[in-house]
Design a protein around this ligand. Sequence first.
Ligand SMILES: [Fe+2]
Length: 200
Amino acid sequence: MYKLEPLPYPYGFLEPYIDSKTMEIHHDKHHQTYVDKLNVALEKHKELQNKKVNELLENLNKIPEEIRNAVRNNGGGHANHSFFWPLLKKDVKFEGKIADAINKRFGSFEKFKEEFSNAAINRFGSGWAWLVLDKGKLEIVSSANQDSPLSEGKIPLLTLDVWEHAYYLKYQNRRAEYVSAFFNIINWKKVNENFVNMKK
Ligand SMILES: [Fe+2]
């Protein structure tokens, strides 16, 4: 059985950039639903129940066809949100090895911000924007629905949820404003950890 871990901080931790009510509903309702539906999908597949959710997503083609879409969507929903929460914190400096690598790859923080923002704003419908390592190289990508870059062999370092449920209460249709606010709450220390631990 998969289980929802508590949010690693209080609901109001990211105010005013993300409001408390959004965090509560997003974590306690939306994320919980992905976990519940993943468990239902795996009910008759005991051999998959003890695997890490990332492992399921890395090997989607090995998941029995009748539950593959459910795992893709709900396993993805569980993995993406679990990865997302610890990436958010106010007042963390852009520094460390990841900052050096971003500056080198994109030219400057501003260029990186622009490219990441475009990926987030232009993702049509629901999805995620990502900074990933693709064959050892930093790349910005976006994914639809709950698709994870893990399923394409990429290593996620940073992500932003651009489903309306992530921002609609406070920002309504103004996704660009939400994306801009996100840059105040990136936990660069965590992104750096992801980068240092996963770059092999
Ligand atoms: Fe979400």
